[in-house]
Design a protein around this ligand. Structure first.
Ligand SMILES: O=C(c1ccc2nc(C3CCCCC3)oc2c1)N1CC(N2CCN(c3ncccn3)CC2)C1
Length: 303
């Protein structure tokens, strides 16, 4: 916060006073995005983005939900997109969970009685699981697209994990390399869009951040036996970043009575940004699942 008390400028030099935002517990400006239906909303969906990306990349999914008269909200995690913070660095993974709950509380003040769902992708899926376990009564259901539950065994072998934890004390800012977006989606247009998006972090993942993601997988594994909310999971069999066995482990472990896993054969990691037939199927399944649960709770029909 600049000395004159103004909220200052975003990493892209936009005046925060002109942006939708909130100030997190560390005094950092967190950029917010809202997709509002024209009529009175019937439900809320909190979209939680993954590492390196930003919330505006979820406009396609948000538009589908707005079409159901659902109010969609999201923010850029600290160190991502238009929020403050060193790029793709976080001192403790729980900061993402804390900031997420702060945004949920802000939206709850406006819509105290509407059912709220949370939808997370990849690292955002890990954040969503931890948020749902922190405040289960807040949410009517959790939707996870290729969530980070177990790391890919090739990228997180025991030796690499051990080495990363040692390196974290010696060279925390050493780069572990970048994600090849071609390994994340078969949709060349989406790959190009991601590769040229100025709000995406295109630098390599630092050792200290990789260790936080490893910590996240440990927190998630501890959380699974306590996860009781309605769950819709999506995972591709060709996901090279977050192991599909993580979603299978979640399905086998969580005591939720309402849990569904949709597996996409040959699907890559970013199922919401994949080949058109895959992504449209994911969006249709999300739409159907939410409507079924809204009708089951008697939530107001769309007007
Ligand atoms: O949240 C993640 C992410 C990124 C890197 C990761 N590395 C791990 C492991 C590493 C070893 C230790 C344990 C964790 O988990 C990760 C999750 N995201 C969001 C995903 N991005 C990928 C690029 N995207 C993309 N690419 C092409 C086309 C469209 N979108 C957007 C989503 C990656």
């Amino acid at each position: 916060m600049p000395e004159d008390g103004s909220p200052g400028l975003s990493p892209q030099d936009a005046a925060y006073k002109d942006l939708q935002r909130y100030t997190n517990a560390d005094g950092q400006q967190i950029y917010c995005k809202y997709w509002k239906p024209t009529g009175q909303p019937r439900a809320l969906v909190f979209v939680v983005h993954g590492a390196g990306e930003h919330c505006c990349r979820y406009d396609d999914l948000a538009q589908v939900l707005v079409g159901l008269n659902i109010f969609v909200f999201a923010h850029d995690h600290v160190g991502h997109g238009q929020s403050e913070g060193e790029r793709m660095i976080v001192s403790d993974f729980q900061i993402y969970v804390r900031d997420g709950m702060q945004h949920v509380d802000l939206v709850r003040k406006v819509f105290p009685d509407l059912p709220m769902f949370i939808c997370g992708h990849s690292m955002g899926g890990a954040i969503s699981i931890l948020m749902a376990n922190e405040r289960p009564a807040e949410f009517s259901g959790v939707i996870l697209i290729s969530p980070l539950v177990l790391p890919n065994p090739e990228s997180a072998t025991s030796f690499k994990v051990f080495a990363a934890k040692i390196l974290n004390h010696l060279l925390p800012n050493l780069s572990l390399g970048c994600i090849d977006p071609n390994s994340v989606s078969r949709n060349k247009q989406e790959v190009e869009s991601y590769a040229t998006d100025p709000l995406v972090y295109h630098g390599g993942m630092k050792v200290c951040f990789g260790v936080q993601l490893l910590n996240a997988t440990a927190l998630v594994e501890k959380a699974l036996p306590h996860f009781k909310l309605p769950l819709l999971l999506f995972h591709g069999t060709a996901d090279k970043l977050c192991d599909i066995r993580g979603s299978q482990l979640m399905m086998d472990t969580v005591p939720s009575e309402d849990k569904t896993l949709k597996i996409y054969d040959k699907g890559f990691h970013a199922l919401h940004k994949e080949l058109p037939e895959v992504t449209s199927s994911v969006f249709q399944e999300v739409e159907r699942w939410i409507l079924q649960r809204l009708e089951a709770t008697g939530a107001a029909p769309s007007n």
